[in-house]
Design a protein around this ligand. Sequence first.
Ligand code: 1QQ
Length: 371
Amino acid sequence: MRLAPRISLLVAASLLSIGSAHAETVVKIGAALSLTGPAAAYGAQQKVGILAAVEEVNRSGALKGVKLEAVIEDDASTKEQGIAVFQRFINKDKVAAIIGPTLSNTATAADPLAQGARVPVVAVSNTAPKGITDIGDFIWRVSLTEGQVIPGALKRLQAKLGFKKAGVLYGNDDAFTQAGYNVMKAATEAMALEVVGTQTFAKPDKDYTAQLTALLGGKPEILIVSALVENASGIVAQARQLGWQGPIFGGNGFNSPKLMGNAGPAAEGVYVGTAWNKVSSAAPNQAFLKNMAARAHEPDQFCAQAWTGVMAIAEAIRLSGKGGREEVRAGFLKLKALPTPLGTFSFLESRDGSHDPALQVVKDGKFQIVQ
Ligand code: 1QQ
């Protein structure tokens, strides 16, 4: 007598779960990543982080009735391709939010399209302080700006190494490398460092010996460089070939293991401020590392940031209870103290990200966190 209602309850429950599986809404997230071109090393890591995070959100069941789907396209590290990919995401794929594009340079051209169409963008690697989130109220970012990382990192390094004279080198054909230079210049002024020389290069350049020779002639005690990783690797290798054994401090473009892959032992003693403390024992970072280890993937900062971008969108959908474009943006306004591999994450009023940065050095072929 008692068995029947129980069985019917079980049947009802399984029917309900079948029912809800059918009712699941697919929410598309577009990701415009540099899979080719000078920023391809960052894009490859971002792709892994995004796919892993989407899988993790769907597996966790945290978004009841919503399934995330990542649509990944190559922005080719250019403004033109970035614009084309954004147009496709906005009009054809009808994504709820866009992650990317990889470079600030591309974002300055593509983000205005998303702002105009009221599609939320989450930058996961744009670090130029100006010209990104100030495009409008649909543009958000998880990545710390050069302004949030470099002054503190350089000050910590000076306290450790005691340098007083710097040579500065930067790329003058890219929004990020120029913005990084502006931050570095302001930091050297605030620290009363003597700048013995400032030199420039462009993305297609492969030979930096003239600029480095001029800088080394000024007898600096540190080289400060704003460059994307392919240029950065060549600069580091050629500085060592010219006999430079001192410290090199790089901006965010240096935060890729590609630097050691390209430059080899020449990269030893390179210092970089970073948004990701990879040895953090905090639970969300350990969970992220475990996920990556299960994929036999060695993540870098860009992978951790991309993962965090997906988690921020998922949290916004959870907070809003819906996965539409306006709801994702409304969710961002409510998001506070999200546990992430980068630390406890919140958005500032400016829609920029906020969490603690770290300092790392290349030692024995790997980035090591400076404690
Ligand atoms: C930017 C960057 C690049 C170095 C990484 C993608 O920080 O373009 O803003």
